[in-house]
Design a protein around this ligand. Structure first.
Ligand code: HEC
Length: 196
């Protein structure tokens, strides 16, 4: 066996090893990506953990909206009238802003929000979105997939209605709409004794 021949075999061996290693890495990455896709996708299996049980997903969703207080902000006049707003007017969004250190936010029109969203996209977006106050994102994040799907079914069952709520206004800008101020105010009686 010439030393040249054994070198060639040696080099060949490394080439095969390298090809196997590279394709292995590619396969691993592929599997990893597929795995990431799977774990990012909402769980469509039988519901685990707490969830609302009702005669239909729409009914479950209506219940979640009622007990979740969504109408207080997303339905004009709801909080002020103790809920005296017909369901046909629910969740159409609010033009009255909430102004605080975060800027000015407007409760979205949830009917329009779901109009072009698939159920899976709705679950993914709501799970991962975390914008500004006073939207109670922790409450939405705590909902099971099953409950988010019911919420979607209910929102989707409502007639498309109303306009988009105004865009968010940064803290440095003055809103052009009416707004509620979330500025803490300390009346004299609430100040410490030595307060000026
Ligand atoms: C205290 C007021 C308040 C309550 C209660 C509330 N929201 Fe909101 N919500 C907001 C505001 C304000 C925004 C806009 C936040 C922003 O612009 O960063 C918002 C945004 C959202 C969005 C994002 C929509 C988009 O266009 O990006 C969803 C979805 C949503 N709310 C669903 C709900 C649901 C469902 C409930 C009831 C469980 C609920 N909200 C209760 C005030 C509220």
């Amino acid at each position: 066996m010439s030393s040249e021949g054994s070198n060639r075999r040696y080099a060949w061996g490394w080439t095969v090893a390298a090809v196997v290693a590279v394709s292995g890495a590619v396969m691993w990455q592929g599997q990893n990506r597929a795995g990431a896709r799977q774990s990012a996708a909402p769980d469509t299996s039988t519901p685990k953990g707490p969830h609302v049980v009702a005669s239909s997903p729409i009914e479950a969703g209506r219940y979640i909206v009622k007990v979740g207080g969504c109408n207080d902000c997303h339905t004009p006049g709801f909080a002020m009238t103790n809920g005296q707003v017909p369901e046909s007017e629910w969740l159409v969004g609010e033009k009255m802003g909430f102004r605080g250190p975060w800027g000015t936010t407007y409760a979205s029109n949830l009917r329009l929000f779901v109009r072009d969203l698939s159920e899976n996209d709705f679950v993914l977006i709501v799970r991962n979105r975390n914008t500004r106050p006073p939207m109670p994102w922790p409450s939405l994040h705590a909902m099971s997939d099953q409950d988010l799907r019911s919420l979607y079914a209910y929102l989707k069952s409502l007639e498309t209605k109303g306009e988009r709520a105004p865009d968010y206004v940064p803290p440095t800008e003055e809103p052009v709409t009416p707004y509620l101020s979330w500025q803490p105010i300390f009346p004299k009686s609430a100040r410490p004794a030595d307060g000026k």
